[in-house]
Ligand binder design. Structure first.
Ligand SMILES: O=C(O)[C@H](O)[C@@H](O)[C@H](O)[C@H](O)COP(=O)(O)O
Ligand code: SF4
Length: 607
C-alpha cells in the first residue's frame, strides 16, 4: 500500500523546510562514519585506558579493528519501576555480545527522573531539563569513541527523548533501543483515580489512598497507563529503533531476555564491521519522524511529545512543527483506547494485538511510510508482527492477528474510535497551545467560562480547599513555562478539576506549563506559547475575563478587545521561590537557555 498523498505532502514540506539543516547534519554523519572500528583513531594510551578492565582476549580484540564493540548507555536506577529491570541488562548484553563474537562495555550511565515520584513536588521543575541532561550525559559516555554501535537502555518520559537526541548527535553510530516492558496489570487506572478523588473530598483516608496507589504501581516495569513512557515505546517501535515486537513484553520473562539478547546481536550486525552498516543518523529521516507522529495520533499518545519529537527531530537536522503535528492529527484516526483515553491498560493493548496489529492497520490504510530503514533492515512491514518465545528459547515472530483481540481497546482502521488523532493544536489571541482530545469527551471539547487566574498549581488547590471553585470556570495558570520554572507537569490538578467536572461544572485548564501523558478527562490547553515570562498574552488574562477553548475548531481565545488586552500592564510574578531548593539552583542556565515549547524547549537552542 503506498502512503497516502496527504501524508506524503506533509512529509515533503518537512523535507523541504529541513533541506539545508539536514544536508549539514548528514555531511557531519558521513564525515564521522569511519571505515574501520572507530577506536582506530585512539592512541595506545587511550585504548589501554579504554580496555584496562577487559579480559585478555577482549584486549587483543579491542587492540585490533575487526571485532565490533558495543557501547551500552544505561539509565538504571531503583526510582523508576520501569528502569529497575535494567540493573541486570548490561551483563546480559555483554554475554550475548561475547557469544556473537563481539564485545560490549557500559559506556556510561544517564540520570533518570520518575515523574510519578516528583509529580506535584519541587523536583518536577527539573524534569523537562533532565531530558537534555540525559542527552549530554549519554554523549559523555559515547565520547570515549571506543564503540561501533550503541545500545540504549531507557523507557520513561524524558529518558528516551534524551537518549534519542544523543543517538542522533552520534548519528554515525548504529543505535538499538532496548526496553524493559510494562508492569503487569494491577488496580485499574480509573479505580486508582476514583480513590484519589474520594481522598481529595475527605471521603477516604491516607491509608486507603496509599493502598490503592500501591496496588496500581506494584512492581517492576512501566506504569500501565498510556502516558509518555509507553508513548516512548510506541515511538521506538514505529520509528524502527526497537526490534519488531519488543515494546510491550513484561520484564522478568524469558521472552524479554530473549529480545534483549537478540537486540544485542542485531546491534553488532549493523555496525560497519558487519554487512549492514546502519548509522542511525541516516536511518532516521523525515519519513521516520512522520511515522512517529502518526503513531502518536493513532494511539492518543502523550502531549509531551509535541515538545520532545520536535527536539528529537532537530537533533537530526529535521524541522518538525506544531502545524505538521496538527495537520497529521486531522488525517490520522484514533485506533487505541488505553487509559487515560479509555479504561484498558497497555497490557490489554498488547493482548489485543499490540504494535504489530497497529502498524499493519496503519500501513494498509496508507498512513505510514513503509519504505523506511529500521534497525531490522529495509521497510516497516516486518514490524507488523508479534514476537513470541520459540521452543529453543529464541525469539520467533508471527504475523500480527488479522482481527483485534478486543475492538474496545484496539480498533481496525475501518472502525476507528474517532476519525482524527488524539492531539490538536489550538490558536488564537492567547498564542498557540496543545490539547489532548482523545481523552476528553466530545461534549467537553468546547468550554466558555470566566477565567480564574493562578500563578501556581498550589493556588488552585488552595482555592478548592477553601470551597471557592464550585462553579463554571477556566483555570488560567501562568508562569509555568520553560523559562519561568522549568515547565513542570501540573497533573496533580487533574484530581481537583475532575471532582468539579463530575459535579457538573464546566471546567478547563489553560497553562503555559505541561500536563502528564496520563492526564486526561479535563479539557486542558497546555504548552501555551509564548509563555507568560516571555510577555505572552496568557500573562494578561484577568479574573473574570471570558475565555473560550474550542478543541473542535482549534481555537483558544480570551474574549477581550485586542486593544484592551495589549494595553494591560505586564504581570509581575515572584519566581524567587523556584530558583532554589531540590537542585533548582543548578538549573538557572537551563531556564535562561530554554527554547520555546513549540521549538522543543531545548537548552541546545531552537530547532
Ligand atoms: O507524562 C507522563 O506520562 C507522566 O509524567 C508519567 O510519567 C507520570 O508518571 C504520571 O504523572 C504519574 O501518574 P500519577 O501521578 O497519576 O501516578
Ligand atoms: S511511567 Fe512515570 S511514574 Fe511510571 S516509572 Fe515511568 S516516570 Fe515513573
Amino acid at each position: 500500500m503506498t502512503t497516502r498523498n496527504d501524508i506524503q505532502a506533509i512529509t515533503e514540506r518537512i523535507r523541504e523546510r529541513s533541506k539545508v539543516s539536514r544536508e549539514i547534519y548528514l555531511d557531519r554523519v558521513n564525515a564521522a562514519a569511519g571505515k574501520t572500528a572507530n577506536r582506530g583513531v585512539l592512541s595506545c594510551g587511550n585504548l589501554a585506558h579504554g580496555f584496562a578492565v577487559c579480559s585478555p582476549s577482549e584486549k587483543i580484540a579491542l587492540g585490533g579493528d575487526k571485532v565490533a564493540n558495543l557501547g551500552i548507555i544505561t539509565s538504571y536506577n531503583d526510582m523508576l519501576s520501569a528502569h529497575q529491570p535494567f540493573e541486570t541488562y548490561p551483563q546480559l548484553i555483554k554475554d550475548a555480545a561475547r557469544e556473537a563474537g563481539g564485545i560490549a562495555q557500559v559506556a556510561g550511565g544517564v540520570p533518570a527522573m520518575c515523574d510519578g515520584v516528583t509529580q506535584g513536588q519541587p523536583g518536577m521543575e527539573l524534569s523537562l531539563f533532565s531530558r537534555d541532561v540525559i542527552a549530554m550525559s549519554a554523549a559523555i559516555g559515547l565520547s570515549h569513541n571506543m564503540f561501533d554501535a550503541a545500545v540504549y537502555l531507557g523507557v520513561c518520559d524524558k529518558i528516551v527523548p534524551g537518549l534519542v537526541i544523543a543517538a542522533l548527535t552520534f548519528g554515525h553510530l548504529p543505535a538499538v533501543f532496548v526496553p524493559a516492558g510494562p508492569m503487569t496489570s494491577g488496580l485499574p487506572n480509573d479505580e486508582k483515580a476514583k480513590v484519589r478523588q474520594l481522598y481529595a473530598e475527605g471521603k477516604v483516608g491516607r491509608a486507603e489512598l496509599l493502598e490503592a496507589e500501591s496496588k496500581s504501581y506494584h512492581g517492576p516495569g512501566t506504569c500501565t497507563f498510556y502516558g509518555t513512557a509507553n508513548s516512548n515505546q510506541m515511538l521506538m517501535e514505529i520509528m524502527g529503533l526497537h526490534t519488531p515486537g519488543a515494546s510491550f513484553v513484561n520484564p522478568g520473562t524469558p521472552l524479554r531476555d530473549a529480545l534483549t539478547r537478540e537486540a544485542t546481536r542485531r546491534a553488532l550486525a549493523i555496525t560497519h564491521l558487519g554487512n549492514a552498516y546502519t548509522p542511525v543518523g541516516r536511518m532516521i529521516d523525515e519519513r521516520s519522524v512522520v511515522n512517529g507522529v502518526v503513531g502518536l495520533h493513532a494511539t492518543g499518545g502523550s502531549t509531551n511529545h509535541t515538545i520532545h519529537l520536535i527536539a528529537m527531530a532537530a537533533a537530526a537536522g529535521i524541522r518538525l512543527t506544531w502545524q505538521d503535528i496538527s495537520d497529521l492529527s486531522d488525517a490520522v484516526p484514533l485506533l487505541a483506547r488505553v487509559y487515560p483515553n479509555g479504561l484498558s491498560d497497555v497490557n490489554h493493548f498488547q493482548a489485543a494485538g499490540g504494535m504489530g496489529f497497529l502498524i499493519r492497520e496503519l500501513l494498509d490504510a496508507g498512513l505510514l511510510h513503509e519504505d523506511v530503514q529500521t534497525v531490522w533492515g529495509e521497510g516497516l512491514r516486518p514490524y507488523a508482527v508479534e514476537a513470541k518465545l520459540g521452543a529453543d528459547g529464541s525469539v520467533v515472530r508471527e504475523a500480527a492477528p488479522k482481527v483485534s483481540g478486543d475492538e474496545k481497546v484496539l480498533a481496525p482502521a475501518a472502525k476507528a474510535f474517532q476519525p482524527t488523532g488524539g492531539l490538536k493544536v489550538l490558536g488564537g489571541n492567547l498564542g498557540h497551545a496543545i490539547i489532548k482530545t482523545s481523552a476528553v469527551k466530545p461534549e467537553r471539547r468546547i468550554i466558555e467560562a470566566p477565567a480564574l487566574v493562578f500563578d501556581s498549581q498550589q493556588g488552585l488547590n488552595d482555592a478548592f480547599k477553601a470551597g471557592l471553585l464550585d462553579r463554571d470556570f477556566i483555570a488560567v495558570i501562568r508562569f509555568q513555562g520553560p523559562k519561568a520554572n522549568g515547565m513542570p507537569e501540573l497533573h496533580k490538578l487533574t484530581t481537583v478539576l475532575g471532582i468539579l467536572q463530575d459535579r457538573g461544572h464546566k471546567v478547563a485548564l489553560v497553562t503555559d506549563g505541561r500536563m502528564s501523558g496520563a492526564s486526561g478527562k479535563v479539557p486542558a490547553a497546555i504548552h501555551v506559547t509564548p509563555e507568560a515570562l516571555e510577555g505572552g498574552p496568557i500573562g494578561r488574562v484577568h479574573d473574570g475575563d471570558i475565555v473560550r477553548l474550542d478543541a473542535e475548531v482549534g481555537t483558544l481565545e480570551v474574549l477581550v478587545p485586542a486593544g484592551d488586552l495589549a494595553l494591560r500592564p505586564e504581570p509581575v510574578c515572584d519566581l524567587s521561590g523556584n530558583e532554589h531548593g531540590m537542585g533548582r539552583e543548578l538549573f538557572a542556565g537551563f531556564r535562561q537557555m530554554a527554547g520555546r515549547a513549540d521549538h522543543g524547549a531545548s537548552a541546545f537552542g531552537t530547532a
